[in-house]
Design a protein around this ligand. Structure first.
Ligand code: 6PG
Length: 243
């Protein structure tokens, strides 16, 4: 699997691209009479994309009735907690768009993690059905990248899981997380990493140049039959050799 690597001079251009891709894919789904399932990532980076989705020009063009939102991972905190990935997305764009409530599939961070991982897997299956490999297939999984090579809440040195969802722990804080597993992410039709800021340049180079000294979870994302792309701003790409 080769990844499409797209480098943007600055983060705003990268976010414009992702927002336009969101619109295109949602319109294609609506034209085909099917749903468009997207798994969001957490952290700071997606803010730029979320704010664009709430802008009237884009907000009013996206066929939200076809969109189903999921999360690639969630912190085990209540939805109104400042660290909730769902809470951040709700404030940033969900409250501003005409997305039917039943199509916002949040991970219930306030519940028992093991029970919730199982429940959430069932919710994904309910909407997407089952793929040929026994895993549900999401149309688009958006991923961030940590400087330690984690993605979603799959951290180095922890199992990447075999089920649909797994429980993980933030290595520094011990905070419990619920995450899609690596095999689940790798079933997606499209997986897009979007990475900005110079602090990520070293881990981006290690993963994309194949010189990683250790097995980073982000380096194991490889959606076999699907499409893998890395969207980087110039700072995050600054250590990549220009071919
Ligand atoms: C989370 C994310 C996580 C994030 C990376 C990058 O719940 O924190 O899903 O995988 O995408 O840590 O975070 P930043 O965008 O804040 O650098």
């Amino acid at each position: 699997m080769t990844a499409d690597i797209r480098i943007f001079p600055e983060a705003p251009g990268l976010m414009d691209y992702l927002a336009s891709q969101w619109l295109d894919q949602a319109l294609q789904a609506a034209a085909a009479g099917r749903v468009f399932t997207v798994a969001l990532c957490g952290g700071r980076t997606p803010q730029g994309l979320f704010s664009r989705l709430a802008q009237p020009s884009l907000r009013d063009s996206i066929p939200w009735k076809n969109v189903h939102l999921f999360w690639g991972d969630e912190r085990c905190v209540p939805p109104d907690h400042e660290e909730s990935n769902y809470g951040m997305a709700r404030k940033s764009f969900i409250d501003s768009v005409a997305l039917p409530e039943g199509q916002v599939h949040r991970i219930r961070g306030e519940c028992d993690p093991i029970e919730e991982a199982d429940r959430y897997a069932g919710e994904i299956r309910q909407v997407t059905g089952m793929g040929q490999t026994g895993y549900p297939v999401l149309n688009w999984v958006l991923l961030g990248l940590g400087i330690d090579g984690h993605t979603a809440s799959l951290f180095p040195g922890q199992p990447c899981g075999k089920e649909i969802c797994t429980v993980a722990f933030h290595p520094a804080t011990g905070q419990k997380r619920i995450s899609l597993t690596l095999p689940m992410i790798n079933q997606a039709e499209r997986v897009t990493f979007f990475v900005t800021r110079c602090e990520k340049a070293q881990i981006v180079r290690e993963i994309l140049s194949g010189t990683a000294e250790q097995d980073y979870p982000a380096g194991k994302v490889n959606p076999g039959a699907g499409r893998l792309e890395w969207c980087l701003d110039a700072e995050a790409a600054s250590l990549l050799k220009q071919s």
